[in-house]
Every structure is written in C-alpha cells, then in structure tokens.
Design a protein around this ligand. Structure first.
Ligand code: FAD
Length: 318
C-alpha cells in the first residue's frame, strides 16, 4: 500500500494532538509513516503506533535544536527519499508550514496549506480549504510532484487504529547551508494552564464588549469551567486588554474548535476569517442586529456580564 509521510509535532516525545489528527487523515490516503525529529522517539512510538503509524522514522541531531527549521527540512527530505510517499502531511503550525514549503521547493512539488479536510482522489489526495475570509470552501489537489499538505488543528477527530509502529533510525546529514539561522535564546511563555489556542477543542473569546482588561476574568472563568482556551478580537487586543498571541482572525490565529463562544464580538469579516470553520458557534451580544448572529448555531441576545457568569455557574454544576 502507498505510504504517507506524517511529520510529528511533539515536545520531547509527547506527541501533540494535531499529529494524531494527521495520522487519522493519512489513513484515508495510504499507510502513515511518522517522521519523528529530535529527542523522545522511544516515548512517542507507542502513541504513534496506536494511531496507525506503520513505521516511525526517527532522527536526532543537535542542529534541530540549535538552528531554525532548515536542518529539519534536511531530515524530512531524507525521509521522503527513503520512502517515496504519495503525500507528505504536516500540521498547519508556523513551523509545519515553513518546513512544508521548503520541502516542496526542494522536491519540486506543490503545497496546499491550511487544509481542513482530506480525502483520497483518483489523481491524488484532495484537500478542502476555507478561503477568502471563510466565504468559500474549495477542494484542490497538487498537480506537480508529491503533494505536501499542511492541515489545520481540529480538522479531524483522532481515531485509534493500532499498527506496527516499528522504529527505524533515519540517517541525516545536516547541510552547511542549513545552518544559516542560529537560535540564540528561548524564552518559554508563562503557562496559563489552558490549552493552546489553535489546538483547543473549545475556545471562548472576548471582544470590545468586554470593556476593559479588568473584565477579561469573566471570559477566563467561563473558559476554565469548560477546559477551553481564551481568544480575543483585534479590538480587545489593540486596546491592550489581552495579549496579541490570543488574537483570533485574519491577522491573528486561525482556530477550528468543536465549540467557539464569542462574547461581545460583532463578527467583522476579519474576525470571522479566523473562526468560521469552528464546528459549533455560539455568540453572546447585546445587539440583536450584530453580524455575528448571521453565522452562529446558537445566539444569546443579552449583556455578557449577566449571561457569561450565569453560563459559567451552570457549567460548574454539571
Ligand atoms: P466591535 O466591532 O466594536 O463589536 C463589539 C460588540 O460587542 C458589539 O457587537 C456590541 O454590540 C457588543 N457588546 C458591547 N457591550 C456588550 C455587552 N455588555 N454584552 C454583550 N455584547 C456587548 N479583527 C479581529 O478580531 N481579528 C483580526 O485578526 C483582525 N484583523 C484585521 C485586519 C485588517 C486588515 C483590518 C482592517 C481589520 C482587522 N480586524 C480584525 C478588525 C475588525 O475589522 C474589527 O474591527 C474587530 O474584529 C472588531 O472587534 P469587536 O467585534 O470586538 O468590536
């Protein structure tokens, strides 16, 4: 059966959920072969095998941690040459997109980024994308070379499908030309204990209606009761009420959770661009004419300072 390379996103061998989603989607096209770069392959293998990886190609080199993505592109290219896959899948993270794009250039292929679904086609995998600020859904396929496709987190529910997951060491030579950009320091972000915004199953976002940084704990309390990530509109971010890293939208992050709750957000097209592919959308807004109500599954017309705390209390009783 045809093999599909899946780039593993992990932290020291703890495999992140988007990779499990990729393995699930990869099985629609062929047999997933996971590529694990960096430390922790021995830890990762059980999870990867449980989700369908027939093989895990593992490589570790100090250059992966010392330089920006180019050494990892060398390694992924080595995996590509070893396997001759029918497709290469990566998560649609900043790193995944950069590695994917560089690999596509090197192997003379086309790339599709930010796919939200993937299916097998007679002439190669077909990717679904949400484009033009989520106004259209398109289906496309790469017509040149081996398709390289990055997939947005939460595009599929990870499904277990136990496979062999045999680990093979991948021989990697990092080219001198890949040592151009050295990482000089790393400052880990202070953990909020909440899930990463782009990967969260539930996102609760606040907008201008929150009316001040001092009121964002109202949004955070609902998020915490649901185990959700916190998002914000650009208006809230520009006002300095919430960090830019939490901005959802065209110039912020693109999220696709199972549930998106927008409180005090009008639903401008640039905000919609970052959340319209959410599976269920709920809005709380005191203006019944707010455009956000055009796209919601459930809408509450009301003051968020009444509705959100009541919702939080209700969730806590469950
Ligand atoms: P508003 O549009 O002011 O809406 C606030 C809403 O809160 C209103 O609907 C109001 O009825 C409601 N409200 C007020 N008080 C309450 C209350 N007590 N209870 C309930 N509801 C209440 N925006 C983004 O979000 N993300 C982006 O990435 C982004 N990128 C952009 C890029 C460009 C190039 C441009 C030009 C704009 C971009 N914007 C982006 C800005 C976007 O156009 C809107 O200005 C922004 O989304 C508005 O944010 P908002 O909905 O929070 O504020």
């Amino acid at each position: 059966m045809a093999e599909v390379l899946v780039y593993v996103d992990h932290v020291d061998g703890a495999v992140r959920k988007p990779t499990l989603e990729l393995l699930t989607l990869a099985r629609r096209i062929g047999e997933p072969v996971a590529v694990h770069l960096g430390a922790g392959a021995d830890t990762a293998v059980a999870t990867l095998a449980e989700h369908g990886a027939v093989k895990v190609l593992a490589a570790d080199a100090p250059e992966f941690a010392e330089y920006l993505v180019a050494p990892k592109v060398d390694a992924l290219q080595a995996a590509y040459e070893a396997v001759s896959p029918v497709a290469v899948l990566l998560p649609s993270s900043a790193e995944g997109k950069e590695i994917g794009a560089r690999l596509a250039v090197r192997i003379g292929s086309g790339i599709i980024t930010d796919a939200v679904d993937l299916e097998a086609g007679d002439e190669g995998p077909v990717a679904t994308q949400s484009v033009f600020a989520a106004s259209f859904t398109t289906k496309s396929r790469v017509t040149t070379g081996t398709p390289v496709i990055t997939v947005k987190p939460n595009s599929a529910a990870p499904e277990a499908a136990p496979a062999a997951g045999q680990v093979e060491q991948l021989a990697v030579t990092v080219a001198d030309s890949s040592k151009g950009t050295k990482i000089v320091s790393r400052t880990p972000r202070e953990s909020t204990g909440r899930p990463e915004l782009t990967e969260a199953a539930i996102v609760v976002s606040g907008g201008r209606g929150v009316n001040g940084a001092e009121n964002f704990p109202v949004i955070e309390a609902l998020a915490d009761s649901l185990g959700a990530a916190v998002g914000a509109s650009r208006a809230a971010v520009d006002a300095g009420w919430y960090p830019h890293t939490n901005q959802v939208g065209q110039t912020g992050k693109s999220v696709s959770p199972q549930l998106y709750i927008a409180a005090g957000i009008s639903g401008a097209i640039q905000h919609r661009a970052g959340m319209q592919t959410s599976k269920t959308i709920v809005a709380i807004n005191k203006d019944a004419e707010a455009p956000i109500f055009d796209l919601v599954d459930y809408g509450v017309v009301g003051d968020l300072f009444n509705v959100v705390p009541a919702l939080t209390e209700e969730v806590k009783t469950r």
